[in-house]
Design a protein around this ligand. Structure first.
Ligand code: 3HC
Length: 285
């Protein structure tokens, strides 16, 4: 199957990035948000990101206009009826996601593939809300989507080989490199990354080094682009707390258990860059 028309559900940090890479790859892209304000904010995020690429000389003004012309915004699921692929990137809430997929299943053409960008819920649970479990798959992108090359493709027991092949082709068409992962909580990246990030918080709790020195150590000692505490602020402490709890629930292993400092920071609203404060202060940005 050729994927020409894509719908992206949710135009937050991840959804706007996914919509951008789809439109940049020449695909007709419809983004759906729950209300006009969120939709406008999401489209604004895409415009800003394209503007950034243009200011660096990676795109010219005509290309930016062409890309934006391929993106349609809507608040209605019914407008997605004719798409070939739906990529869901809405709130990480099982009930909201399953309700949305059940409704989509009624309105979107039967041959279309459904994908979820969930980072912590199991794809199997989401697929079960639809009557197209053979055309259901996980497509897990990474933040910032326009930059990070990886997409984890997650098949469930019922996903057909054709759907996996179509998903691989789509991922390559949008300029990303796929890996195949089993439908275990955290897939490959978060399974390895989350315990590392939680351990960095434990290192802060134990006073192993200062926040700055822990970050500097991993940047300069291991060549990581960001130290773990900067990365936590970047991903969001609330998001990490949420993912860690789900992974702990699944594996019941201490390495996935959120440390007390993480919980306290989230309760205090220190959610990282987006809230102006996390391990570092972003209030002046
Ligand atoms: N959108 C678009 N482009 C962006 C961007 C954004 N939000 N942020 C940075 N860029 C681009 C810049 O334009 C620049 O492009 P160029 O090299 O072609 O000029 C390039 O990325 C590098 O950016 P900067 O020079 O501004 O800054 P850095 O060199 O510090 O790079 C970074 C920024 C790419 C974010 C880098 O620090 C990095 O790779 N950090 C690690 C990110 C990471 O680990 N992400 C995965 C998080 S885990 C996840 O998403 C899973 C989830 O389930 C939790």
């Amino acid at each position: 199957m050729t994927i020409d028309r894509v719908a992206v559900l949710g135009c937050g940090l991840m959804g706007s990035g996914i919509a951008e890479v789809c439109a940049r790859a020449g695909l007709e892209t419809t983004v759906r948000e729950v209300d006009d304000d969120l939709l406008e904010a999401g489209l604004g995020r895409i415009r800003k990101s394209l503007g950034r690429a243009a200011s660096k000389g990676k795109l010219d003004e005509t290309q930016v206009d062409e890309i934006l012309a391929r993106i349609t915004g809507t608040t209605r699921l019914a407008d997605l009826a004719d798409v070939d692929l739906v990529v869901e990137a809405i709130v990480e809430n099982l009930e909201v996601k399953t309700e949305t997929f059940a409704e989509l299943d009624r309105v979107v053409q039967p041959q279309a593939i459904f994908a979820s960008n969930t980072s912590s819920l199991t794809i199997t649970e989401l697929a079960a809300a639809t009557g197209r479990t053979d055309r259901f798959i996980g497509l897990h992108f990474f933040n910032p989507v326009p930059v990070m090359k990886l997409v984890e493709i997650v098949r469930v027991l019922s996903t057909s080989d054709e759907t996996v092949a179509d998903a691989q082709e789509f991922v390559r068409a949008v300029g990303k490199d796929p890996v195949l992962a089993r439908d275990n909580s955290g897939f490959i990246v978060n399974r390895l990354l989350v315990p590392y990030l939680l351990d960095a918080i434990r290192a802060v709790e134990e006073g192993v080094g200062s926040i700055e020195d822990i970050d500097k150590a991993m940047q300069l000692g291991c060549g990581h682009p960001m130290g773990p505490l900067t990365l936590l602020d970047f991903v969001g402490l609330d998001t990490t707390y949420f993912i860690a709890n789900i992974m702990f629930e699944e594996y019941r292993e201490k390495r996935f258990a959120p440390p007390p400092l993480l919980k306290r920071m989230v309760l205090a609203g220190h959610n990282g860059r987006k809230s102006g404060r996390g391990f570092y202060d972003y209030s002046d940005r």
